[in-house]
Design a protein around this ligand. Structure first.
Ligand code: ADP
Length: 521
């Protein structure tokens, strides 16, 4: 009778153990343990306390207890011994604590058994079973339960590890998905298995479309900057060839997007090998390098424009100075003065360029200091007009401001620099001559000043770019005039530093109107 009881117990335990270890969801595992433990012992309730990552224990699952009363049971977790085997596991004063809990909750429990859940020597949790009546828990009860508790501990640990793994995977997936760089993971046959959001944006392929495709269907090079692409590298033995075993591969060039446009990218391919050195995955990190390319382009434009702009006046100055200094020549006063004036003008042009370059570097450092005062833009415009009028016969510079034009707060010198630039451009880019207007309007929230010319105008496609540093419209009429493409860039920066804005309206062949708006205060 007793033997068959034991056999049944053993079989039951075996069955539970199997069911437990087949489970990976922690809540389900805990639920099954509680159910089995109450059944084995004929208990009315049970709970499981698990060790917390930060230390101490907390109730993770309960059965047969109204959830609102679960808090009372936390006193039973106090004084859980940190280090103990099955034989010497003992929570001091447990029976008395249970009496208090029963009194406080009105629950009819008067017996408790606490079993350590051990994996090796590590106590990962404690299983409590409560009984309302019946004989006290026997040594046999303990023995049956302790082997069960060990199985349960293993199942809990598995579920916890699995949970951690799943969490880690979710974290990695989130990092991958939201990484600013494009990321693509391929299997050993170069079929895409993961394709993140940034890469979708970059290439125009959605993850759903890309997954399952071969790398070469997605990554199509319009132009290669590096010697190798993935195909050639693989043909050469990458990543397994001994001399390069496991090394990453960098490929750079212009990639064809799904819609046919191109984008400059650098792709780093990293192989993932297994212990035996077999290729498992290739991870490709795709970076948009358009901005670096743009910066490169800007740098070379900068070098060519600035060197041209520096060289031209220097060559003129040198030429005239050498001529003047020739020991064998005698110059009459008028000729000598003319040469000196040219030297002065070219030196001024150099000085302007150097000042502009300094302003640009100040701006890039984030500081364009302004000295604010009340500025009468109408008077300023008249001064600028007068100064330029003496330099040209072909243009008529007209100033039109209403009589009661209000003053604005601003840096007078910087605003004069803006007007100088707009008027000098108006002259420069209307080689046939014509009228140049400087007009002012006052509005409720500020003033608007417009400089209009009747010159060559600006194609619509260029109007957005002429305010960029070192940008010049590339046509013969611009090329024949000097300039570093800094004037408008600085003018707009100055106006924006005043809290204003600047824009252009223009029609090629008819003329241009540059306006800026400034707030009053
Ligand atoms: P720069 O005159 O030194 O080239 P800016 O920054 O002042 O530099 O102007 C940038 C470009 O914008 C010029 O090269 C020219 O192509 C165009 N531009 C500026 N002002 C005018 C204008 N009034 N009419 C036509 N084109 C203009």
């Amino acid at each position: 009778m007793l033997t068959s009881y034991w056999i049944r117990q053993r079989e039951y335990l075996l069955e539970i153990s199997r069911a437990l270890t087949a489970q990976l969801d922690l809540d389900t595992v805990l639920e099954k343990i509680l159910q089995a433990a109450t059944e084995i012992l004929g208990g009315q309730a049970a709970l499981i306390a698990l060790r917390q990552p930060g230390g101490g224990f907390a109730v993770h699952a309960a059965r047969g207890l109204p959830i609102r009363l679960a808090g009372y049971f936390s006193t039973l977790l106090v004084d859980i011994p940190e280090q103990a085997g099955h034989a010497d596991f003992h929570i001091p004063g447990l029976a008395i604590k249970l009496q208090d809990v029963a009194l406080a909750t009105g629950l009819p429990f008067n017996q408790v058994i606490a079993l350590p859940m051990l994996t090796g020597r590590d106590l990962i949790g404690v299983l409590y079973v409560f009984r309302a009546h019946g004989g006290s828990f026997t040594l046999d009860d303990r023995q049956v339960l302790s082997s069960f508790a060990d199985q349960a501990a293993i199942a809990v640990q598995n579920a916890q590890l699995y949970q951690r793994l799943a969490q880690e995977k979710r974290r990695l997936d989130a990092i991958l998905e939201h990484s600013a760089d494009g990321v693509m993971i391929m299997d050993s046959g170069q079929r895409v298995t993961v394709f993140n959001l940034a890469l979708s944006k970059l290439t125009g392929w959605s993850a759903g479309e890309a997954i399952g495709h071969h790398h070469d269907e997605i990554v199509v090079w319009e132009r290669l900057e590096t010697d190798l692409d993935l195909k050639k590298a693989v043909a050469g033995g990458w990543p397994l060839a001994r001399e390069r075993g496991g090394h990453s591969l960098y490929v750079e060039g212009d990639l064809r997007r799904r819609n046919g446009t191109t984008v400059s990218v650098g792709i780093t391919y990293a192989p993932l090998l297994d212990r035996e050195g077999r290729l498992v995955n290739i991870i490709a990190n795709v970076r948009d390098i358009t901005r670096f390319r743009e910066a490169d382009r800007l740098k070379s434009t900068f070098v060519s424009i600035v060197s041209h702009e520096l060289k031209t006046p220097v060559a003129t100055i040198l030429g005239y100075a050498e001529t003047l200094a020739r020991p064998d020549a005698r110059w009459d006063m008028t000729t000598a003065r003319e040469m000196a004036v040219t030297i002065k003008e070219e030196a001024q042009r150099l000085d302007r360029l150097i000042t502009d370059l300094l302003d640009v570097s100040r701006l890039q450092a984030g500081a364009l200091p302004l000295t604010m005062e009340d500025v009468a833009l109408d008077a300023l415009a008249s001064r600028v007009a007068q100064r330029f009028q003496v330099q040209t016969d072909r243009h008529e510079i007209l100033v039109r401001f209403p009589d009661d034009f209000p003053a604005v707060r601003g840096d007078a010198m910087r605003l004069e620099q803006v007007l100088n630039n707009l008027v000098s451009n108006g002259i420069k880019y209307s080689p046939q001559g014509g009228k140049i207007f400087i007009e002012g309007q006052s509005r409720p929230d500020g003033v608007v000043v417009t400089v209009t010319d009747e010159g060559i105008g600006i194609p619509t496609t260029e109007q957005g770019r002429i305010f960029d540093a070192f940008y010049r419209v590339d046509d013969s009429s611009t090329r024949s005039t000097g300039g570093a493409g800094l004037g408008l860039f600085l003018a707009r920066a100055i106006i924006e530093a005043h809290g204003g804005e600047m824009w252009v309206e223009s029609e090629p062949g008819k003329g241009s109107a540059f306006s800026f708006a400034l707030p009053y205060g």
